[in-house]
Design a protein around this ligand. Structure first.
Ligand code: SAH
Length: 252
């Protein structure tokens, strides 16, 4: 039987947010490869081998998945959320070789954290938005700051992944400072933690009220554009931006 690799997203946490396509891939798999907590989300069964690995070994993990598929195994590489959002899809494609042209490789989408969180909050990403990974593991910190400033200047709504970790305690405080300078103190910011799990917690405050401790590694942070407002318990960026000088203050 010929092997394959499917790089899948398990969604933000809840079983109900795993797509039927991903469930079918997991059911058909002989091997599951991925970061320990994500592999732990796959139910063990006879005939299924789990290969949990540490966070820092993405390339090795991707190569191991491809090796198994070349040997005829049916391999699912798991990420949380969507595999193309700061996750394993690119890591697998980076280690594909020309000899793999005939190998059956697929990427199956999942519900990424920012979309699950935005839906809970209302529609903070309701107009043009961007997503920025605040971790400087895989890029220089200077680039994080540059993208942040330019996104704020362009008046994008914003989603921030990996906002804060023990190894980068000052980074997120800096981010909040840059945002306050660029967006002003009244802009709405939502901290969405562990969305769709029993630990879910959402809080929306102004940038003036935002504190670094409001985020941890299980939090995705959403900032509205300059027209963002509250509607009861919801927060949203409106569907339209009026013509004329843009709301971020740049002359039209
Ligand atoms: N591929 C994943 C993102 C991996 S990066 C996706 O598409 O969602 C890991 C970061 O995702 C975390 O630091 C956090 O910012 C965010 N995240 C993942 N799951 C989350 C959840 N259930 N609730 C809130 N944020 C989450």
């Amino acid at each position: 039987m010929s092997g394959w690799v499917k790089v899948v997203g398990l969604g933000p946490g809840a079983e109900t947010m795993v797509t039927p396509e991903v469930t079918a891939a997991l059911d058909a798999a002989t091997d599951i490869v991925g970061y320990i907590p994500y592999v732990a989300r796959v139910a063990p069964r006879a005939g299924l081998t789990l290969h949990p690995s540490d966070n820092r070994v993405e390339a090795e993990r991707a190569r191991a998945a491809l090796d198994m598929a070349r040997a005829g195994r049916r391999v699912v590489v798991v990420s949380s959320g969507d595999p193309g959002v700061f996750a394993m899809a690119a890591a697998v494609l980076e280690v594909l070789t020309p000899a793999d042209d005939t190998l059956d490789v697929q990427v199956l989408p999942g519900i990424t954290a920012m979309l699950a969180a935005a839906a809970r909050a209302g529609a903070p990403l309701g107009h043009d938005f961007c997503a920025i990974n605040l971790s400087d593991n895989l890029k220089p910190w200077a680039l994080v700051e540059r993208r942040l400033r330019l996104a704020a200047e362009a008046d994008f709504a914003m989603a921030f992944y990996n906002p804060r970790s023990k190894s980068r305690p000052e980074g997120f405080a800096k981010v909040l400072g840059i945002l306050r300078d660029a967006c002003g103190p009244d802009r709405l910011i939502t901290f969405a933690r562990a969305v769709s799990t029993p630990d879910e917690r959402l809080v929306t405050v102004t940038l003036a009220e935002a504190r670094p401790e409001m985020a941890d590694m299980r939090t995705v942070v959403l900032v509205t554009n300059s027209l963002g407002r509250r509607a009861g318990r919801f927060v949203y960026s409106p569907r339209s931006v009026p013509a004329g000088p843009d709301p971020a203050g740049t002359p039209a």
